[in-house]
Design a protein around this ligand. Structure first.
Ligand SMILES: NC(=O)C1=CN([C@@H]2O[C@H](COP(=O)(O)OP(=O)(O)OC[C@H]3O[C@@H](n4cnc5c(N)ncnc54)[C@H](OP(=O)(O)O)[C@@H]3O)[C@@H](O)[C@H]2O)C=CC1
Ligand SMILES: O=C(O)C1=N[C@H](C(=O)O)C[C@H](O)C1
Length: 248
């Protein structure tokens, strides 16, 4: 496939490596320097786009791809307030978008088990729950998209928690004390951590911790190339979880 890469930072450069290994061609690279010069005609010969850029550009990149009739895998996080609007637009023009907060297989298994765990613990009110995420200091958004997906999995299987709240831990940051109905997502920014997510259930007598640690960005990058292969030839608005059999 001929792939357009939106974003050529930490993720974009690893995606290029995996795409080429799997026999694909990088047709065009878009970053902050050339984004304003890109027109529909520049995308015409491509087969699929993969976006790991910045939150503020995600919506316009998806709109451009819809206009160019180019399927796009959206890996960028931090733009989710626009989901309903872009989904409606995608469906109305019969376009093709797949988005996900995390493309690694391990985290998608984690998402699946997280929901099962929340369902199993739901009758036992002695347990309180919180989510913790740790990422590198360059990350622009908090909480992480992955932590939001994890929180949604818990909220949908809880009759106590009705919304999540975020507390970014660090000097000068306000400490957030959650109300009983609020699910706390605690965010930490430490050195070059690729991405660690933990769900903690605590009672007076014990604690259950469920944790995923990424050792590198390779799992995210490979997953996004597999997602592009999966999306090619399909029409619709998809989430990455739809790629995995265990969610069916
Ligand atoms: N879903 C998933 O599995 C994962 C998602 N992510 C998400 O991917 C995103 C990128 O992460 P990462 O690679 O670490 O970030 P980086 O900061 O390393 O790279 C961002 C890239 O986006 C480019 N960029 C800036 N503005 C635009 C624009 N208008 N259009 C296109 N590209 C632009 C930057 O260009 P320039 O260098 O010129 O400024 C840079 O190349 C983040 O939102 C992150 O949360 C990350 C890992 C996994
Ligand atoms: O910015 C990152 O690095 C990552 N972002 C994604 C997120 O926000 O969940 C996925 C991964 O954890 C790395």
């Amino acid at each position: 496939m001929k792939i357009v890469l939106f974003g050529y930072g930490k993720m974009g450069q690893i995606i290029e490596k995996f795409a080429q290994k799997r026999g694909h061609e990088i047709h065009l690279i878009v970053n902050s320097e050339n984004r304003n010069l890109i027109r529909v005609a520049d995308l015409e010969d491509a087969d699929v786009a993969i976006d790991f850029g910045v939150p503020q550009a995600a919506l316009s990149n998806m709109e451009l791809c819809l206009e160019a009739n180019l399927p796009i895998v959206m890996g960028t996080t931090g733009w989710y307030e626009h989901i309903d609007a872009i989904k409606a637009k995608c469906l109305s023009v019969e376009g093709s978008i797949l988005y996900g907060s995390n493309f690694s297989i391990g985290v998608n298994i984690f998402f699946h088990i997280n929901k099962m765990l929340a369902k199993a613990i739901q009758p036992y009110k002695a347990y309180d729950v919180q989510v913790e995420e740790i990422h590198h200091i360059h990350k622009l958004d908090a909480p992480s998209g992955t932590a939001i997906t994890i929180a949604e999995g818990i909220l949908n299987n809880s009759d106590v928690k009705t919304a999540w709240v975020n507390s970014l831990v660090g000097e000068g940051e306000e400490e957030i004390i959650p109300k009983a109905n609020e699910l706390l997502i605690e965010s930490h920014r430490i050195e070059e951590v690729p991405g660690t997510h933990t769900v903690v259930y605590s009672s007076e007598v014990d604690q259950i911790e469920f944790k995923h640690t990424a050792h590198s960005r390779d799992g995210f990058a490979l997953g996004s190339v597999i997602a592009a292969e999966w999306l090619f030839g399909k029409q619709g608005f998809y989430q990455v979880t739809e790629m995995f059999d265990f969610n069916r």
